[in-house]
Design a protein around this ligand. Structure first.
Ligand SMILES: Nc1ncnc2c1ncn2[C@@H]1O[C@H](COP(=O)(O)OP(=O)(O)OP(=O)(O)O)[C@@H](O)[C@H]1O
Ligand SMILES: [Mg+2]
Length: 315
């Protein structure tokens, strides 16, 4: 059953000179799915979420959430969705509990029903023991969890999370990803945005890759990876900075693409790994560098993005 239906959404900010933040984007999310929008800064992820949250009107196109139009039936849509915004919307001088009570009242909840639900949500986000502390004393990861809790108070059928793991420690990130999977297992349909390929790969049933306002690919991870063709990915690590080698290797025969996501690490895609690998070792030695780790793997979403755009997913 289709839960969220997006049809040719378009949003042009400050025309004619401003950016086309969302350009004719269409996709459908099935009930029970975790659907991720993956894309770099400025891809249009937040703009899409804002339209689906009835916070922003599209210039054209339409979206339906649970069968209701986001432009014509926004009250009905709002009752069905929980939104975890990219920027934390909480008060530092109130306690964690008070912040949740505040948000609950915004959703029209009150009295013992609200109080009981706040207890449940505090339990769910694992902050029951910190509920009486001022939010200002919480870590970034804990604030993120309260932000998520606020979106869950009214038991939404659909949950949108806009880059909920940016700027937090690995442990909090882990706990948020697990929570998202738990909520989904309990029946919540999830729309998740991220620019971390690993997150999209781990949690999503399907992924839409966005770039410059457009949805450039859509599918399950294995379908997306097939776009790269019958290629192998070579992951390697060098003992020193690889910038010179990246330039040289790009032109080697058999190299389809190369990306340089993190210090010393490189991903290459090739249709002939066996011929290419000895050449990489030789060329590294000639440049006075050493390959300290090398492995072969299926192409990943980073490769897919590179294949489709010619650019690396990470800035
Ligand atoms: N209120 C606004 N007014 C003008 N331009 C905007 C506004 N909001 C977003 N934009 C522009 O629209 C484009 C898409 O922005 P959006 O925030 O949707 O991207 P994003 O994919 O969420 O990026 P990020 O990963 O950085 O959060 C960008 O060029 C951005 O500068
Ligand atoms: Mg954003």
């Amino acid at each position: 059953m289709v839960a969220i239906e997006v049809e040719r959404l378009r949003k042009h900010f400050d025309p004619p000179k401003g950016p086309v933040a969302v350009a004719d984007v269409s996709f459908q999310i099935e009930e029970g799915e975790i659907f991720s929008l993956l894309g770099p800064n400025g891809a249009g992820k937040t703009t899409t979420i804002s339209i689906l949250s009835c916070l922003l009107r599209p210039d054209s196109g339409e979206a339906r959430v649970g069968g209701f139009s986001v432009t014509k039936e926004s009250e009905k849509v709002k009752a069905l969705i929980g939104v975890v915004p990219q920027d934390i919307a909480l008060y530092d001088d109130m306690t964690g509990r008070e912040n949740l009570l505040f948000w609950g009242r915004m959703y029209g909840m009150s009295g013992p029903t609200l109080s009981k639900r706040v207890d449940e949500v505090l339990e769910l986000i694992g902050l029951g023991d910190r509920q009486k502390d001022r939010l200002g004393k919480y870590s970034g990861g804990m604030k993120r969890r309260v932000n998520i809790g606020a979106a869950l108070l009214h038991n939404p059928r659909f949950l949108y999370l806009d880059e909920p793991t940016v700027g937090i420690d690995p442990q909090s990130r882990r706990s948020i990803l697990d929570k998202v999977k738990d909520l989904n297992a309990a029946g919540v349909t999830i729309l998740y945005t991220t620019h971390y390929m690993e997150e999209a790969q781990e949690i999503s049933h399907r992924i839409g890759i966005m770039d410059k306002g457009a949805l450039i690919a859509l599918g399950a991870q294995d379908e997306l990876v097939r776009l790269v063709g019958e290629r192998t990915r070579i992951d390697l690590t060098l003992d020193k900075d690889a910038d010179i080698l990246v330039g040289r290797w790009r032109d080697l025969p058999g190299v389809s693409s190369i990306s340089h996501p993190e210090d010393g690490r490189l991903f290459l895609s090739t249709d002939d790994a066996n011929t290419l690998m000895p050449r990489l070792f030789e060329s590294a030695r000639a440049a006075g560098a050493r390959i300290t780790e090398i492995s072969l793997a299926e192409p990943n979403l980073e490769m897919v993005f590179l294949h489709l755009t010619g650019r690396a997913l990470r800035d």
